[in-house]
Design a protein around this ligand. Structure first.
Ligand code: BGC
Length: 763
């Protein structure tokens, strides 16, 4: 019965499946998909294994070692204590553990595997190294704002250097889910709303985590997650239903995965959500027809945490045995945390419901991956207590945290050139719940970092100014609750100062997994604080802490200067001070649009036109696609971000035609009319005016960062070819059609910039 249901679905979705995915420009720059070599010793080893031992190789559990952070980041885990887990290792019931704690734990477990188990197969140690290990870098959404691929590769590399030193072989990162709905809390873990940026960052992070040699003791295996379309949850509610067309799936949600695999990721994690009626974890079309048959993916698929078990609650699997069978046959090679595979696969094989060949196929992939990591040559290669200490929070790592921190800060607004601030002669009041204290610095997805070791705003500011005695600190409000007398104290502090740094926003537990919000605004008590402080008339710089785009309102939106500082990790305060006082100019851009109101969600700049577009943001016309209250554009769109320069775009140059097999150069003159050096992220967007499938109002196709001294100009040129104009057509295949295209070179997705049109010719 269930099988029929799956195959009917598979047939429906598979009908449009294609044999080859045409390369996007980003992909074209990368190598072809990574092979997973299977060394000669693997099959003879599999031949010696019992069915139970094979099922053990496909079972990954949370580490039981005391002090592990795993339980605080996931629903409470069942399972034995550490001694019990060692016993499971001896009996070969485990392939490895995740979110454990340190080299000593790994040493004891690996020793048990290598000396006391029957076949001495090395364990694999996994962890959620999302944005750093002990040195914490900005949350991925923050780093995405840097648009700096080299920097993101370097932070991932540094995270591997630190984490691999304590035995971690495999990170559950990068998360490459496109997030178009800012209510979804996990938007903080990804690269934002844009597909091209998502692709480029996916590749950079995979390269960074894996390095040049996966056997190296500073390299970790990457895991592109969550496959697939996890970010498209209805209403932005985490874990919720996803129901999207195959075209949108292929055009928006899948490309970053494909790029991650092409960059060398050989593991992926099945997502929690159902996809158009079939849970991803039991979705044979997704995990076999598309992933393996169409894309040629040779690596292995791990479930998410109890993802197989959750198919019972989805109403897709009848019980544990059924869930095991559905997940395994759909293509989930390894089960995380439910223990279902080791409990039920032996019986399913015995009953002939799961072919032994399929079991062997999954085991082969897992063992080949362990071999690729060098674990069969030296199971202890990443486990070294001395190295763990020596590589923890090194000077270069902290310097990189500071660099990545300041490069992730977006200057939304800077009326009257309020910023940068002078370092002396001004009394500064830092007001708000994030003004000081060892909290809410690292962000919500940190297993091993310690907020107590991170630099808060007050420390950063005091270290930068000439006279720290001129800096006052007043919380004014809690994060989600008022403090008695807080506002009065804050108003008094503001009145006694020359300038206010208003440090407000979301706490680190307000974004991340299971942290969806309906009202993506600054929490009410902090908004009240902002209103009261603004009423003093003192100049206010809003220093926003946030894990998603927020709808800014009232005194926050009206403040003359606004900095988006996300969660910047270990060097937060120093990084913010670097920008505030102008030691470095801001250069980051929004990877997610800041809406005018929460009710605009899901909002993404690359939306489709309607048949009744509202012609101008200044005028709301009747019977047009707009809200009663506001135009449907962003307050600050994707790509927006100011510098301390004054940048002007002019003189677009583009040929009128692009030949079918040709290439054109599109360029604009970018000038810094200001008095300070600026790093400008110059962006190229296109629009296909008429196509057999409607196309977005704008799509990012390329960007480049240029550094401009005061008064300097640079002609920035982008090459355009037919491949960049591809879209997923009627048959769900990559298509490109001759016709008219708009092209813009602009400072953001919704800024006019400079514009031209060209024709793609048929031949
Ligand atoms: C998350 C994954 C994570 C896993 C293990 C799950 O709840 O969805 O992203 O890798 O837990 O911690």
């Amino acid at each position: 019965m269930l099988d029929t249901r799956i195959s009917r679905r598979a047939a429906l979705l598979g009908a449009g499946a294609i044999a080859a995915w045409a390369a996007s420009p980003a992909r074209a720059m990368l190598q072809s998909a990574t092979r997973l070599p299977v060394p000669a010793f693997i099959d003879p080893l599999i031949a010696q294994m019992t069915v139970a031992e094979k099922a053990g190789q496909l079972s990954l559990m949370a580490a039981a070692w005391g002090g592990s952070a795993a339980p605080s980041l996931n629903p409470a885990s069942r399972g034995p204590n550490f001694e019990g887990q060692l016993e499971e290792v001896r009996k070969m019931q485990l392939t490895g553990v995740f979110n454990g704690n340190g080299a000593e734990m790994a040493r004891r477990m690996q020793t048990a595997a290598m000396t006391q188990s029957r076949l001495k197969i090395p364990l694999i140690f996994a962890a959620d190294i999302i944005h750093g290990h002990r040195t914490i870098f900005p949350i991925p959404l923050g780093e995405a704002a840097s648009f700096d691929l080299d920097m993101m590769e370097r932070t991932a590399r540094m995270a591997s250097y630190e984490a691999a030193a304590c035995g971690i072989d495999w990170t559950f990162a990068p998360m490459v889910d496109i997030a178009r709905d800012q209510r979804w809390g996990r938007t903080m873990e990804g690269a934002g709303e844009d597909v091209l940026l998502g692709e480029l960052i996916a590749a950079a992070r995979v390269r960074g985590f894996q390095g040049k040699d996966l056997k190296a003791n500073d390299a970790m295996l990457a895991c592109a997650k969550h496959f697939a379309a996890y970010g498209a949850a209805e209403a932005g509610l985490d874990y919720n239903t996803v129901d999207i067309s195959e075209r949108t799936l292929r055009e928006v949600y899948l490309p970053p995965f494909r790029v991650a695999f092409d960059a060398g990721a050989i593991t992926t994690m099945a997502s929690f959500n159902e996809l158009s009626g079939v849970p991803a974890t039991g979705n044979e079309w997704l995990l076999r027809t598309l992933l393996r048959d169409e894309w040629g993916f040779e690596g292995f698929v791990v479930s998410d945490y109890t993802g197989d078990e959750e198919m019972i609650a989805h109403g897709f699997a009848a019980d544990a045995r059924d869930a095991t069978k559905l997940a395994f046959l759909a293509g989930v090679d390894m089960s995380m945390q439910s223990g279902f595979y080791r409990q039920h696969l032996p019986d399913l094989v015995e009953a002939g419901e799961v072919p032994m060949a399929r079991l062997d196929e999954s085991v082969r992939k897992v063992l080949a991956t362990k071999a690729l990591l060098g674990l069969f040559d030296d199971p202890f290669r990443r486990i070294d207590v001395k190295r763990e200490k020596a590589r923890s929070r090194t000077r270069p790592a902290l310097a990189l945290a500071r660099e990545s921190g300041r490069k992730s800060i977006v200057l939304l607004k800077n009326d009257g050139a309020l910023l940068p601030l002078p370092k002396s002669g001004r009394k500064i009041a830092i007001i708000g719940p994030f003004a000081a204290g060892p909290h809410d610095l690292n962000g919500g997805w940190v297993v091993y970092g310690d907020n107590k070791l991170a630099v808060d705003l007050a420390t950063g500011i005091k270290a930068a100014v000439a006279d720290p005695a001129l800096v006052s600190i007043t919380p004014g409000s809690g994060i989600e609750e008022a403090i008695p007398g807080g506002i009065e104290a804050a108003v008094a502090a503001a009145q006694g100062a020359d300038i206010v740094l208003l440090s407000i926003g979301e706490g680190e537990r307000m974004s991340g997994e299971a942290q969806s919000r309906t009202e993506i605004v600054v929490p009410a008590p902090q908004q009240a604080l902002a209103e009261a402080v603004a009423a003093t008339g003192k100049p206010v710089v809003v220093v926003l802490r946030n894990g998603r785009a927020l709808a800014l309102e009232g005194a926050v939106a009206k403040a003359p200067a606004i900095l988006v500082t996300w969660f910047l990790g270990s060097e937060s305060g120093h990084a913010i001070a670097d920008i505030l006082f102008g030691d470095f100019g801001p250069s980051a851009r929004l990877p997610c649009s800041f809406p005018r109101r929460p009710g605009q969600q899901p909002y993404h700049y690359d939306h489709k036109p309607t048949g009744r577009p509202n012609p101008s943001d200044d005028k709301l016309e009747p019977y047009k696609a707009r809200w009663r209250e506001i135009p449907n554009s962003a307050l600050y769109p994707f790509g927006h971000g100011l510098t301390y320069g004054d940048i002007a775009y002019s003189e677009l140059s583009a040929p009128a035609t692009l030949g079918w097999n040709g290439e054109i150069g599109v360029s604009a003159l970018v000038t810094n009319k200001g008095s300070r050096t600026a790093e400008e992220v110059v962006q190229l967007y296109i629009r296909d005016r008429t196509a057999s499938v409607t196309r977005p109002v704008r799509e990012l196709k390329a960007y480049r960062t240029v550094r401009l001294a005061p008064g300097a100009s640079e002609r920035v040129t982008f090459k355009l070819t037919r491949e960049q104009l591809l879209f997923i057509g009627r048959e769900n295949k990559p298509t490109v059609e001759p016709g008219t295209f708009d092209v813009w070179i602009a400072p953001s997705a919704e800024a006019p910039g400079v514009h031209a049109r060209f024709e793609l010719q048929a031949s």
